[in-house]
Design a protein around this ligand. Structure first.
Ligand code: F6R
Length: 621
């Protein structure tokens, strides 16, 4: 949700900033801009549209200079226009600022500024108000004359941010202070990349990993003053900040598309490896259980847990919904799943031994972070299930389980989902083995999990078949998805994938709900996708398919094992995935749905990796 890149060094800033923005484009892509300082000029290029449009502007008139800031936007305040694109300037026109987040009290601040004096705003954004506010404090401190310009600017940032209610990751430059960038964060991620005679700021390390793998993940309320050869971190309160330089886990190669036409397809195909990595070193054949040291809980503490709450948004929530079935089945523990956005504002009654898991690929989703904080505020042990190492959720939780899925760039989440579901099984196994699961049952769970990577490989071979089906239905006005039990959340996820990247209206429901109203939507133009593997509820699913068939609704069935035969004459298209126990089936049954959405979007000529209105990491409420 908006991406920031800053650079100060000896190289030309423009190509580095543009390259960084391209890598952050998944965070927002409705407008973009750069400000690069060259002597006594701040060169600005900005426009509505994609990074490619900004690239054209920069090629036409290349801005020179060795330090600057840049931004790719996902609009919150103000439409995506040239005018509202970042950077924004203060009243003097010397200070340029980029911002990720929301300044909630920007209206009041804007009115105060206007009352106090000459402040002319040229955009509808909250960001411009912040630029003016910092600029005002900086100008005012100039009359004191005793502090140097760099520390005056840092102080001005601190004073302004103390007046701000809301979230921000910011980077700013001032024309009169050469080779100097100030960054700050609260609620929106910001990373400092530490290079040799050059330093970087970015919303995400993927923007800078081509230049350095040494990173400092800034904490909330950190302010960082960045120069070519040094940096200084202090807190909003004015104290010295504590920091650690970490090695980024992945390389520039890992975030390239390679031979794939889209990141989404690459990530779908990475799933045998990402699911294997989610389990790596975490299964003990000897003890027939899972080892999750990152939970940071003793056996006695784990044993005492009597209820689990899972929370997340979007795809992560769907993985949690499957977790509800898995953990209840394997561990016999009561599990509840909550939308993070609801959980954080609701007073959910929680017993003393409730354990909360916040599930988030990015580890930066504002609602999930809010839920995590609310849960911890109430004194509950709250663990994170994140992909992004050192993300805010990972750092603020009491422990957790990393997905190790590698960078997920495609806006539509795919491999993170299957990793999350795999981790749900690990949690189910761990808690189950402390309760009623015998060693042989534990072993069976491990066998089922270990078989998954090869079964995913098998499932991926269905891609040509799924592509044919996708071509047939790509122009449908709507698609309905149905499933029961473990595969009901898969129906939700299939519908979400389709909506996100094809813009076709889609809904997911428990199959049995069909007759309670949804059946009114069934007609020959609206295909119904049933996720109906060979499990205890297959016959029930079959009944529901008959009901659709009787109303001339086309049926696409995702099934397994010998059930394909029983679908002859009922389903129009059958996709058969390998047989597997019910608790791991979602990892397999979701793959044809990911492929279906993907191939339908490609058939429609849509931008699969950057669907309209979306952004990968939703850091606003
Ligand atoms: C769906 C999708 C979103 C995210 C949701 C949560 O394809 O990408 O629904 O799943 O915004 O994101 P994380 O997992 O980063 O918290």
């Amino acid at each position: 949700m908006c991406g920031i890149v800053g650079y100060v060094g000896r190289s030309e800033a423009a190509p580095i900033l543009l390259d960084g923005l391209r890598r952050l484009e998944y965070r927002g892509y409705d407008s973009a801009g750069v400000a690069i300082v060259d002597g006594d000029r701040v060169e600005t290029r900005k426009c509505a549209g994609r990074i490619a449009d900004l690239g054209k502007l920069m090629t036409a008139e290349p801005p020179a200079g060795t330090y600057g800031i840049s931004h790719t936007r996902w609009a919150t305040h103000g439409k995506p226009t040239d005018q509202n694109a970042h950077p924004h300037f203060d009243q003097s026109g010397k200070l340029a600022l980029v911002h990720n987040g929301v300044i909630e009290n920007y209206q009041a601040l804007r009115e105060d500024l206007q009352r106090e004096g000459e402040h002319n705003f040229t955009s509808d954004t909250d960001t411009e108000v912040l630029a003016h506010l910092i600029g005002k404090h900086f100008e005012a401190s100039g009359s004191n004359g005793n502090a140097n310009a760099k520390s005056r600017l840092v102080t001005a940032v601190r004073t302004a941010l103390q007046q701000v209610i809301g979230t921000y990751g910011i980077a700013l430059v001032h024309k009169d202070i050469p080779d100097f960038i100030v960054g700050a964060r609260r609620g929106s991620p910001l990373v400092l990349g530490v290079g040799k005679e050059e330093n970087f700021l970015a919303s995400d390390v993927s923007a800078i990993v081509a230049y350095t793998r040494d990173a400092v993940y800034l904490n909330d309320f950190d302010i960082v003053a960045v120069e070519r050869e040094k940096f200084e971190i202090s807190s909003l309160a004015g104290e010295g900040g504590h920091y650690q330089v970490s090695k980024v886990e992945f390389t520039d190669e890992d975030i390239k598309k390679g031979d794939y036409p889209h990141y989404m397809l690459k990530e779908i195909y990475e799933q045998p490896g990402s699911v294997r990595d989610a389990m790596r070193g975490r299964l003990s054949a000897e003890e027939c259980t899972a080892k999750l040291g990152g939970l940071e809980m003793t056996t006695a503490e784990l044993r005492a847990v009597d209820r689990i709450v899972l929370t997340g948004c979007g795809t992560a929530l769907h993985a949690g919904r499957i977790g509800e079935y898995i953990i209840e089945q394997l561990a016999g523990l009561p599990v509840e799943i909550e939308f993070s956005s609801e959980f954080r504002h609701r007073n959910t009654p929680m017993t003393g031994d409730t354990l909360v898991f916040a599930i988030s690929q990015s580890g930066e989703t504002a609602d999930t972070l809010g839920a995590l904080r609310e849960s911890r505020r109430k004194g509950y042990r709250t663990l994170g299930i994140c992909n992004n190492v050192a993300s805010t959720i990972a750092r603020e939780s009491d422990g957790g389980v990393y997905m190790h899925a590698g960078p997920e760039i495609g806006v539509a989440a795919t491999k993170s989902f299957t990793s999350q579901v795999t981790i749900m099984s690990l949690i189910g196994l761990l808690f189950g083995r402390m309760r009623h699961l015998s060693t042989s049952e534990g072993s069976e769970v491990i066998d089922a999990l270990e078989a998954l990577p090869a079964q995913i490989e098998e499932t991926l071979k269905l891609t040509d078949h799924v592509k044919e089906i996708a071509k047939k239905y790509a122009r449908s006005p709507g698609v309905l998805f149905f499933g029961r039990q473990f595969n009901y959340p898969v129906a939700l996820e299939g519908a979400l994938k389709l909506k996100e990247i094809t813009y076709i209206f889609a809904e997911g429901h428990p199959s049995a709900e069909l007759k309670h109203g949804i059946i009114a939507l069934v007609r020959p133009e609206v295909p119904c996708v049933f996720i109906a593997p060979d499990d205890a509820v297959f016959s029930k699913n079959l009944n529901n398919m008959e009901q659709v068939k009787a109303r001339k609704g086309p049926i696409i069935a995702v099934t397994s094992g010998g059930c394909a035969k029983r679908l002859e004459g009922i389903a129009d298209d059958v996709i058969t995935v390998p047989s597997a126990p019910d608790f791991v089936m979602p990892v397999l049954s979701v793959i044809p749905l990911q492929l279906l959405a993907y191939h339908m979007a490609v058939e429609l000529g849509l931008d699969v990796d950057k669907p309209r209105n979306l952004a990968k990491s939703v850091t606003v409420e």
